[in-house]
Design a protein around this ligand. Structure first.
Ligand code: DC
Length: 455
């Protein structure tokens, strides 16, 4: 890993001009992430879709291949083999980029590309969410601002030089609108990272800003240079599982009715007990399928979550639990196994656990997954792992999104709301060519459905 400099800030603050100069002087690679969003907007518009129409944009993503190439020190944006570096610099594409950048699937689509470039080079990367989301561990984070009027002034001059007919008022209006869009979108909004240094360039000359930021970089990066990985240390990422020969799960197997009867008795007793202790509410119960072989995908807040979800399931759930739990005492292990837990080696993309999930679904049980992997302490829903998409895409079982809501810690009379969303049907889960891109899109669809239930 080289030195990573994250340069964020609103449109027109001069990020790209400054970053380019610093990159040349310090011999870093300059990465303009706005260009990536612009090329998506360019493609979407060229296909006659509207950049703010999520439903129209998402299906186009698998058709897009975007990469950055560096020739003679300049960045070129290659969109499906076409160099679009100049075509993406129009006011129409600027607005379009701001609109597509609010779509979580688009951000997800570009996330790895940005991370991969940063992993292998000394870079200065400019954007909106670099210090907060893309490179939260960057050694240097700068937040560059300037007043809206000053930014409009600079952009207006640039456009005039190019012969663009836009007026100053139009440019200012655009800047204000884009500031609003970029700071108010739900996902990765433009904001200063807590550990970023703010530089207000309103009354500074270009040279002054460049010198100032260069000073910050040399001071910070010099002090925190990260260990450089020896050649060959980078691990090849293997696909989680070869899809090709795994048939979809056969659904509809009925569990033993006597066992089901006792299971449901127990369920009502536990509901009663938990309602005595907590202020427990369920919403969307009608969305829970009556039969088994469904996947429940929930956000993860506490150890109680598997119970909270299960309380509305008329068929018992199986769920993955971290393998360390299976090393505890026999009684505990026996209990969690009886309940339906099976081990997963976290962080290793455990194929055995994934295959076991299919067996559990085929046996007629439901499968409960916490796609985030770990508990969220602040209540925010994380990105989720692609494993959930892989299981859903292969198994072709409905995915019921679940949102578990409570504030602070679980204690006596704490209000807990468990919301069940409409199941995502097997038709919506179908991926034609199941590659990493498709799985990431599907993961985001599932995570979006969960996020909607958390408020
Ligand atoms: O920096 P720019 O003007 O080329 O960016 C175009 C749009 O892309 C901008 O309105 C917001 C969006 N963007 C983003 O959301 N995240 C980034 N990292 C970079 C750009």
């Amino acid at each position: 890993m080289g030195i990573n400099v994250a340069l964020d800030g609103p449109s027109g603050a001069g990020k790209s001009t400054i970053a380019k100069r610093i990159a040349t002087e310090l011999k870093y690679v300059y990465v303009d992430t706005g260009a990536l969003y612009r090329s998506i907007a360019y493609y979407v518009i060229s296909k006659g879709a509207k950049p703010d129409d999520k439903a129209g944009v998402i299906p186009l993503l698998p058709e897009i291949s975007v990469k950055l190439e560096y020739r003679g020190g300049a960045q070129h944006v290659i969109l499906n083999d076409e160099d679009v570096s100049d075509k993406i610099r129009t006011p129409e594409i600027s607005m379009g980029a701001s609109a597509v950048s609010a779509i979580p699937e688009v951000r997800d689509f570009l996330f790895d590309l940005q991370r991969d470039i940063a992993a292998n080079n000394d870079i200065i990367m400019d954007g909106r969410d670099i210090g907060t989301v893309v490179l939260p561990d960057a050694q240097v984070k700068i937040f560059l601002t300037a007043s809206a009027e000053e930014r409009a002034n600079r952009r207006f001059k640039e456009l005039q030089e190019k012969g663009d007919p836009s007026t100053y008022d139009e440019v200012l209006k655009d800047i204000i609108q884009r500031d609003y869009n970029d700071t108010h979108r739900e996902i990765a909004p433009l904001k200063k990272a807590e550990d970023a240094i703010e530089v207000d360039s309103t009354s500074m000359s270009l040279d002054e800003v460049v010198e100032h930021i260069k000073g910050i970089i040399t001071e910070k990066a010099g002090a925190k240079k990260k260990r450089v990985k020896p050649e060959g240390e980078k691990k090849e990422r293997k696909p989680l599982l070869d899809f090709s020969d795994i048939p979809p799960v056969k659904r509809g197997k009925k569990l033993n009715p006597i066992k089901l009867f006792f299971y449901n008795m127990l369920r009502y007793i536990v509901i009663f007990l938990l309602k005595c202790w907590f202020n427990l509410k369920f919403e969307g119960k009608e969305n829970v399928p009556k039969d088994g072989s469904n996947i429940f995908a929930s956000n993860h807040r506490s150890m109680l979550d598997p119970v909270l979800v299960e309380l509305q399931c008329r068929v018992p759930n199986s769920f993955m639990a971290k393998e360390e739990l299976f090393e505890k005492n026999k009684a505990f292990v026996g209990l969690i196994k009886f309940w339906g837990a099976f081990p997963i080696a976290r962080g290793k993309g455990d194929t055995d656990a994934i295959k076991l999930s299919f067996e559990k679904l085929e046996s007629g049980r439901n499968l409960l997954i916490f796609p985030e992997g770990t508990r969220s302490l602040d209540g925010k829903v994380g990105r989720g792992k692609t494993g959930v998409a892989l299981i859903a895409a292969v198994a072709q079982c409905p995915v019921v999104p679940v949102g578990i809501n409570f504030e602070g810690k679980l204690k006596f009379r704490r209000k807990i709301v468990v919301r069940f969303g409409k199941p995502i049907s097997p038709e919506q889960l179908k991926v034609t060519t199941p590659g990493p891109k498709e799985l990431k899109l599907l993961r985001t669809t599932i995570m979006d459905a969960i996020t909607e239930l958390v408020h």
